[in-house]
Design a protein around this ligand. Sequence first.
Ligand code: PYC
Length: 347
Amino acid sequence: MHYSNAESHGILDGRDRITLDVLDSHSGGNPTRVLIGGIPKLAGNNVANAQAEFRERFDYIRTALVLEPRGGALTSAAVLVEPGDKRADIGLFYMEAHGYLDMCGSDTIAAVTALLEAGVVHMSEPLTELVIETPAGLVEATASIRGARVKSVTFTNVPARSIALDQKIPLSDGSAVAADIAWGGNHFALVDATNLGLDVRGDLPALKVAGVTLLRALAKSEDPALRRVDHVLFYNQHRMSEVACPIVVIVTPGIIDRSPCGTGTTARIASLVASGHMSSGDVLIHEGPLGERFTGTVHRVDHIGGNLQTTVKISGRGYLTGTGQVHIYGDDPLGSGFSITELPPLE
Ligand code: PYC
């Protein structure tokens, strides 16, 4: 599939191309392109509205930034905008191949690292504290700095919640898969891959097929809470005693998250708190498919109106991988990006 070119959006305004200023980065191996300049000022009075306006008017910039030929299905992007909330230092919203996210852990860690190391945001050594307004809410981040390099980023994620424990998800072949459902900035199905006969360290292609099968089954569910799930996090329960618990996250429409997934780690911790397996101060280290780790700590647990809210701190490391400009020419038929679906044929 490819998208209409920039000229057809009528935004070139006499110019032959649009030029965007970007920083490239990654955290845990998942690439994040940080858009820092070149887009018109967004009118929204907060980051959620800015994201909505961007989606409405400039979606071709998302597809140009994250899809081929400039990115690939797994490239994501974070857009730097003015925050609406006076307590915030910066605003960030997140986008990827299938659309927009309200929150993303790997993007947050990578973007904070890139913005500080590239000098877009002022760095103070040994610690830089930033309040970030995201569409999901305010996120406080602390970067540890040594020798002008960001050595780690810890952020306090928006409060997470368990939605269901041990939910049976029916598949089209009549079988069912057990999953916990939780929100940690995004909606997750948390699945013990051992029940499917799979190991999260050895069976990536099979996990991708299983993830896509589950995502498609969830999308057809009659339960609106299940229809919102667009990420599946696989773990192996018997590996929980290891220092770092290996996981793999499959993101809609069937992309393997290269990172240990910050919102997924948050969702898993919220679920473990709800089932009584974790409490305040406990730590869970998740290891992504490349062996990189995010550390999740239960920061606080609140009971609000009979519901549990779990606030989790996530720590990880990001790297600045490039600084540059992206051009979108009006006469480039593929200028706004394309994707060639490589999903396994199912059903
Ligand atoms: O780190 O939160 C995360 C994330 C979400 C999707 C991919 N990575």
